[in-house]
Design a protein around this ligand. Sequence first.
Ligand SMILES: *[C@@H]1O[C@H](CO)[C@@H](O)[C@H](O)[C@H]1NC(C)=O
Ligand SMILES: *[C@@H]1O[C@H](CO)[C@@H](O)[C@H](O)[C@H]1NC(C)=O
Ligand SMILES: [Zn+2]
Length: 506
Amino acid sequence: MEVVLWRLLPLLSLLASFLFFLYLHHPSKQVSHNECSLLFFNHFWIISKRIVTPQGLISGAVEVKGGNIISIVMEEEWHRNSKRGHVIDYGEAVVMPGLIDVHVHLDDPGRAEWEGFPSGTKAAAAGGITTLIDMPLNSDPSTVSPDTLKLKIAAAEKRIYVDVGFWGGLVPENAFNASALEALLSAGVLGLKSFMCPSGINDFPMTNTSHIKEGLSVLAKYRRPLLVHAEIQEDSDSNLQVENGRDEARSYLTYLKSRPPLWEEAAIRELLTVAKDTRIGGLAEGAHLHIVHLSDASSSLDLIKKAKSSGDSITVETCPHYLAFSAEEIQDGDTRFKCAPPIRDATNKEKLWEALMEGHIDMLSSDHSPTIPELKLLNDGNFLRAWGGISSLQFVLPVTWSYGRKYGVTLEQLALWWSERPAKLAGQDSKGAIAIGNHADIFVWQPDVEFDLNADHPIHLKHPSISAYLGKRLSGKVLATFVRGNLVYEEGKHAPAACGTPILAT
Ligand SMILES: *[C@@H]1O[C@H](CO)[C@@H](O)[C@H](O)[C@H]1NC(C)=O
Ligand SMILES: *[C@@H]1O[C@H](CO)[C@@H](O)[C@H](O)[C@H]1NC(C)=O
Ligand SMILES: [Zn+2]
C-alpha cells in the first residue's frame, strides 16, 4: 500500500499545483465578461465574401464594438482601410443576421424536464438562432399575468445563452379585463397569444372571437400583436376516437382526418370578422393579428390573402415541418411527427412552398414544442394519445435550406423569413438585419456542408430522440453564433456563461 502511495506522490503534487493554478485564475465564481464569450475582444471585425445585408449580398467586413454593429464596409474599402483591430476571416462562409424564432416552447419554469431555458437556448445558439420568443404556455404556470411573467424572467436569469423575449397569454380570465391585460403588457410581454381550440394545457383555456376582439382593442394602445392558434374544433372523425382500436390509433391517417383543413379555415373565417378592427381607422388600429403555424395552403390561405388586400393588419407564419414532410411519408406509429394542425399531404406541401416563395406566407418559426419521450409514446405509437409537438429548434436553418433549395430559396429570403420579419413582429428594431447600429446578432454558416443528423451529431436539445429530423441528411453547418457581440457558440462549443438578455417591451 505504502509503495503505491509513494509512486503516486509526484502525480499528486502535480495535481495540487494544477488546482492551485486554476484557483489563481478563477479567484471567484462571479461571471466575468469573458465567460460570456468565446472571444476575448470587445472590438473586432468579421470579414467574409458573403455577408447578407438588407441591401443584398456583399463581400466585405462588419465592425463590432460594445455589442453593436458600428460599421459595414465593402471589400475594396476594407483593403484601403488601415485601422485594424482583431479580425476574424470567415472566407467563403456566409455571414447572416441571427435567426429570430418567434414561436418556441421552452417549458420553463414548471416543466423544465421537457426542455428548459439552458438546453433550449444552447440548441438555439448552435442553430444560428440569436433571439427566441418564448410562448406563454407549456410552462407551469402559464404566462398570463405580471406575476407569472416575473416567474419566467426569474427562471431565465443567468440560464439563457441567447436573447429571449416572452409572449403573454390572452385567456378568458383576462380577456374582458382591460386593466389585467394592460398590467401584463406593461410588465413587458411583447404581445399576446391565444387559442381558438383547446390548447392541451389546463391553465390555458381557449378564447372565442369576443375575447379576441377585446384583446385587440387593448393591444392597439401598445401597438403589439396577437398571435392566434387558428383551429376550431368542428364535428369530425375525432368523435370516433373513443371507438378506435389500437391499429387505427397508430395510423397517421386517423390523426390527419381528426383535424381537417376545415378546422383552420373555420377559425380563420371567424378571426377575420374581428381582424378588420386592425385596419386604419378601425377600432383596434395599431394592433396586429398574426396567425401561427399555418398548415392548410388552400382555403385558409385564400382567406388570409383576401384579408391582407382589404387592409387588415395581418401576417402568417408556417413551420419547417410543414415544408419538409408530407403525410404520405409518415410511418404509422411514428408520433415524432404529431403536431397540430397536422402535417398534410404532398400537394399541400407544394402549395405552402409556392405561397412562401410568392410572399403570401410572411415568415417562418419553429413551433419547437418538445416533451419528455414518455409522453410522445414512441413505443406505443398511439397518435391520438401522444403529446403533439415537433422538436426542431436547433435544425430549422439547415431544414429550411435543405428542403428549400429545389424551390430556389436564396440567402436573402432566409434572412427575410427568419430574421427581418420576425424582428418586426416582435417589435425588435435593433435586431433582424446586419445594419449599422443594430445589435451584433450574427451567425456564420456553410450552406454546402452536409451532415447526417444521427446519434453522433451533437444535439443540444434535452431530448434528441423525439426530434422528427433525426435520421435525415441535411445541408448547412453553423460555424459560429454571436449574440450582442458575444461569441456564444463556435464549432460545437458554447461560451461558459449564459449571458443572453431577457427582452422586455417598454
Ligand atoms: C381585473 O384585473 C385586475 C388586475 O388583475 C383585478 O384586480 C380585478 O379584480 C379584475 N377585475 C375583475 C372584474 O375580475
Ligand atoms: C365568448 O365567451 C364568452 C364567455 O366567456 C361569452 O360571453 C361570449 O358571448 C362568447 N362569444 C362568442 C362570439 O361566442
Ligand atoms: Zn406552439
